[in-house]
Design a protein around this ligand. Structure first.
Ligand SMILES: [Mg+2]
Ligand SMILES: [Zn+2]
Length: 167
């Protein structure tokens, strides 16, 4: 049976965004409410899938090993709080490579949808930029734009409210 998912953008949603990119584990500053928000979503039966543009790979700013270490730090932090992200998908390409996976392209959403048998109609993309919303629109899933005052925790609560009111 197909499942609903919450697709999460990384920078600006899970952790503090940096103009010069998150280049090492010490630059990954995870927002304190993230474990609770993910826990809440998982309790409501959503798969949690991270979808992130990381052109720093093909710009040769960080290696794949470093990116993996950054994501391992995130998972370890979540595990310490008894939760986790189910899968992490990233696009390594630069804009001029014209790939189909760099948001606003929906390639990674569609790939995850296939691999996890996701019901897109009941799924949401939570992001902090217009490209996240565009990717969600192209994939035909719902979207939620977050900002400093309406963050991931707020989005999680609102999505669950909507889910419970529609059944
Ligand atoms: Mg972002
Ligand atoms: Zn790509």
């Amino acid at each position: 049976m197909s499942r609903a998912a919450i697709f999460l953008d990384r920078d600006g949603v899970i952790n503090q965004k940096r103009d010069d990119y998150v280049k090492n584990i010490s630059e990954l500053e995870i927002f304190e409410y993230v474990p609770n928000a993910i826990n809440l979503l998982k309790k409501n039966n959503f798969l949690i899938i991270l979808i992130t543009n990381q052109s720093i790979i093909n710009r040769k700013i960080v290696t794949l090993d470093t990116l993996n270490a950054i994501h391992k730090k995130l998972q370890n932090f979540l595990n310490e709080h008894n939760t986790s992200i189910d899968a992490i998908y990233f696009c390594p390409h630069k804009p001029d490579e014209n790939c189909d996976c760099r948001k606003p392209q929906p390639g990674l959403i569609l790939k995850a949808t296939k691999e996890f048998d996701i019901n897109l109609e009941e799924s949401w993309f939570i992001g902090d930029s217009q490209t996240d919303i565009e990717a969600a629109n192209l994939a035909n899933c719902n979207s939620f734009l977050v900002n400093d005052s309406h963050n991931l925790m707020y989005a999680a609560q609102e999505i669950i409210k909507l889910k419970n009111s529609s059944v």
